[in-house]
Every structure is written in C-alpha cells, then in structure tokens.
Design a protein around this ligand. Structure first.
Ligand code: SF4
Length: 312
C-alpha cells in the first residue's frame, strides 16, 4: 500500500496549491510514490470520506493558508486527527501570511469596509422554510500551529518546487527530522544571494527608495541601492528568485531558527544601515519607508509578538 497524503487550502491566495502543480513531471513521481486521498482544489473528494478514515491513516497532510473562519478550523482539526504528520505548507500556514495583516482590524471593521451598504454575511439565514449557513468569520487570523499541533513547516509564498520535492522525499524517508523543523536551509538569504559580494561591509543609507522610483542595477546588492531588501533577516531556500528578477526580498521565507519575531529582526536589520545619529533626522529617513507593518510584518503578524493591533 502506498502512503496516503492530503492537501488542504485555508485562508490563502491558492499559490501554494499552484506550486504543487508547478512540480511539472516531478508531480508524476510524487503521485507514483503516494496515494493522494484528499485534495479539494484538484479532485472531488468528500469530507465524509475523510471523516470515515481511521485516525492516523494519512501519512502527511500538507495544509496551506491561515485560519480565518470556523470551517477552516473544523477541517484542520479533522485532518490532524486523521494524519500522522501535519505540515504547515507555505508562509500563511506557518506564520499567518498576508491574510494575517487583517489583524490590523477585526471582523466588524472588515465587514464595515467591504459591505458598505450594511448588509453583512450572517452565519444563519432562514427563508421559506430553508436554512442557509455560513462559517463564522473570526475576529483574528491565526497561524496553523495556534489551532492544531504542527509537525513540520515548509516556508515560502509559495514554497519552491525544489523545496516541495525535498519535503515529500524527507517525509517518505526512513529518518524524519526533529518535530518542529522548518524544511529549508537554516541560514539567511544574504548568505546565498548571487549579489552578496557587492553588499558593502559597512552599509550606510540616508534614504530608502521604493521599487518604482529607481531602475536597480542588475548586479549590485539591492539594499546598497537603497531598496528595502530583507535578505539579512529572511531564511534562505527560495533560490533568490526575487533577487534574480531584480526585486528585493520581502521576507516570505520567514526567519531562521535563531529569530523569535521576524518583523523585529527585519526592522533592526534595516534600521542598522540608517546613516545618522540624530533622532529627528532618523525619523525623517524612516518616514521614507511607507507602511512599516506591511513592510516588516507582511507575512508574520499573527505569529509575531504583536499578534494583532490592540483593538481598544
Ligand atoms: Fe542580496 Fe538583498 Fe542580501 Fe543584498 S540585501 S545581499 S540583494 S539578499
């Protein structure tokens, strides 16, 4: 019997699911080595069939996306109960991701913004003897391990095909990594960056630039050109795809194991290159960085020490 695996999609854009399809022919190798028993985005599996499976009968469930509503919470609890191993697949599942920026508001604030006519979704609606239900939309977005026990993490927005292939073969191998491992290199992106030799040892900047304000040189370190590149704070493993595309790193692989709060680490890495000791000038330089939360906590607000904006 082949080992069984499952994929599920919670609050995310769907890019992680596409990354699986991006395995190209390697997807056939994966499909050959395992039996996919649940993958709603690709095939018409039924929840009742999943519920009928014995506990632990799935070798590994790859769950992408953050937890935003009650249906997602129910589904990940069911997958946890049926799986030997749960993998938080992609940065939204690992740290909350971009959907986690909704923690700057709450359910009421989001509905007020989106449904401006005042008609908002209800969890229960009755009409002519019929009942319609919708999942509960939570106030706070959570990373996967805030809701269920998670064994491994595959970072990225989305994870690269190489990382996915390696993660599957690791899980099929005889020796599993220690519980809680992030299945990507535990070093900073700057260490693997093709431009690392052009990053000055003592880098000092008087202003930050946004990507539309300059045409960056193709060879030189992007931070040295004034762009906010978070490679010093971000885990490697992405093959520096954005840097090769002449775009700065936005931190989608999250932190290395030595960092507790990605945003704080990224902010401190960027603040350390500000060329000034005078408070008011430092403030002016930092003002050239719009949207600090979206810059430094873009992928990690729910799992950060902040967690969410203080609502009161
Ligand atoms: Fe590469 Fe960015 Fe690090 Fe510069 S700051 S070396 S461009 S990852």
């Amino acid at each position: 019997m082949k080992p069984k695996i499952a994929f599920y999609w919670c609050a995310s854009c769907g890019g992680c699911e596409e990354a699986v399809v991006d395995l190209d022919e390697a997807l056939l190798d994966v499909a050959d080595a395992v039996e996919i028993v649940f993958w709603p985005v690709a095939l018409d599996f039924k929840v009742k069939d999943l519920a009928a499976m014995p506990p632990g009968s799935i070798l590994a469930s790859f769950i992408n996306g953050a937890i935003r509503n009650s249906e997602q919470r129910e589904m990940v609890r069911l997958l946890r109960a049926r799986s030997q191993v749960v993998v938080a697949f992609g940065i939204c599942a690992q740290l909350g991701g971009i959907p986690g920026l909704a923690n700057l508001s709450d359910a009421k604030g989001i509905f007020a913004e989106v449904y401006r006519d005042g008609v908002t979704p209800q969890t229960l609606y009755r009409e002519n003897g019929h009942t319609l239900t919708l999942p509960e939309f939570f106030d706070t977005v959570a990373a996967l391990d805030e809701v269920i026990d998670v064994d491994y993490y595959v970072p990225g927005c989305p994870p690269t095909p190489n990382l996915i292939r390696d993660a599957v073969s690791t899980l099929l191998g005889a020796e599993l990594p220690p519980k809680g491992a992030v299945l990507a290199p535990d070093k900073a992106l700057c260490e693997q960056c093709p431009r690392k030799d052009t990053r000055p040892e003592k880098l000092l900047l008087k202003e930050f630039k946004r990507v539309h304000q300059i045409v960056p040189d193709l060879q030189t370190c992007l931070l040295a050109q004034g762009l906010v590149c978070l490679g010093a704070a971000t885990r490697a493993g992405c093959d520096a795809r954005c840097i090769r595309g002449n775009m700065p790193c936005t931190g989608c692989f999250g932190p290395t194991s030595r960092v507790r709060d990605f945003g704080a680490k990224a902010l401190s890495a960027v603040a350390s290159v500000v060329d000034c000791n005078e408070q008011s000038v430092i403030a002016q330089i930092m003002d050239t960085l719009p949207d600090p939360v979206g810059t430094f906590y873009r992928y990690s607000l729910p799992s950060s020490l902040l967690g969410r904006r203080r609502m009161e």
